[in-house]
Design a protein around this ligand. Structure first.
Ligand SMILES: CC(C)(COP(=O)(O)OP(=O)(O)OC[C@H]1O[C@@H](n2cnc3c(N)ncnc32)[C@H](O)[C@@H]1OP(=O)(O)O)[C@@H](O)C(=O)NCCC(=O)NCCS
Length: 148
C-alpha cells in the first residue's frame, strides 16, 4: 500500500518525471510521437506547480513518489503511475482516495477523461463510457462512475 498525500511544491520535479516516463513508455504505444512530444512539453515542473494551484493534486508515496492524481470537484485529472510499479493497485488507491473526497463533498458521480491507454483501467474500476472526444492530445474517452 502506498501513502496518499497532497502534492507539495518540492514534489513537482518527481511528478513531472513520472508523467514523462508514462508518456514515453506507456502512452506512446497508443499515440503518435507528435502527441507524446506535445504532452511532454506541456507537463513540465512549472506546469505541475501551476496545476497544483488550480486543482487538488495528490501523490502516492512508497519509497519515493510513485504516482499522482488530481481532482477539481468530481473531475479527475493527471492520473499517472510510474511504469515500474504499474499493476500493484496504486492507481486504484489514488482513484478511491479522490472519489471518497468527492463523495464527502456531496457529489453523486465522478467523471474522468481517459486516454486510450487508461480506458480499460477506468472500466475495471467501475467507470462507464459517456462519450469519446478528439482533443489536442488525441482521442479521449469521457467516463463516469456513481458515488455512494
Ligand atoms: C492507467 C494507470 C494509471 C493504471 O495504474 P496502475 O497502478 O497500474 O493500476 P492498478 O494496479 O491500480 O489497476 C487496477 C485494476 O485495473 C487493471 N488495469 C490497470 N491498467 C490497465 C490497463 N491499461 N488496461 C486494462 N486493465 C488495467 C488492473 O489489472 C487492475 O485490475 P484488477 O481489479 O483485476 O486487479 C497506469 O498504468 C498509468 O499511469 N498509465 C499511463 C498513463 C495514463 O494513461 N494515465 C491516464 C491518463 S488519462
Amino acid at each position: 500500500m502506498a501513502t496518499i498525500r497532497r502534492l507539495q511544491d518540492v514534489d513537482a520535479p518527481a511528478v513531472a518525471g513520472i508523467i514523462e516516463r508514462c508518456l514515453r513508455e506507456v502512452n506512446s504505444r497508443d499515440y503518435p510521437i507528435e502527441i507524446i512530444e506535445r504532452m511532454c512539453g506541456h507537463f513540465t515542473e512549472h506546469r505541475v506547480r501551476e496545476l497544483a494551484t488550480q486543482r487538488e493534486m495528490y501523490v502516492a508515496e512508497a519509497d519515493g513518489i510513485v504516482g499522482t492524481v488530481s481532482r477539481d470537484g468530481n473531475k479527475v485529472y493527471t492520473m499517472f503511475v510510474h511504469p515500474s510499479v504499474a499493476g500493484r493497485g496504486i492507481g486504484r488507491q489514488l482513484m478511491r482516495h479522490i472519489e471518497a473526497l468527492a463523495a464527502a463533498d456531496g457529489h453523486d458521480h465522478m467523471e474522468t477523461g481517459a486516454s486510450i491507454s487508461a480506458h480499460d483501467f477506468y472500466r475495471r474500476l467501475g467507470y462507464v463510457d459517456v462519450r469519446s472526444t478528439d482533443t489536442d492530445f488525441g482521442l479521449n474517452f469521457i467516463l463516469r462512475r456513481s458515488l455512494p
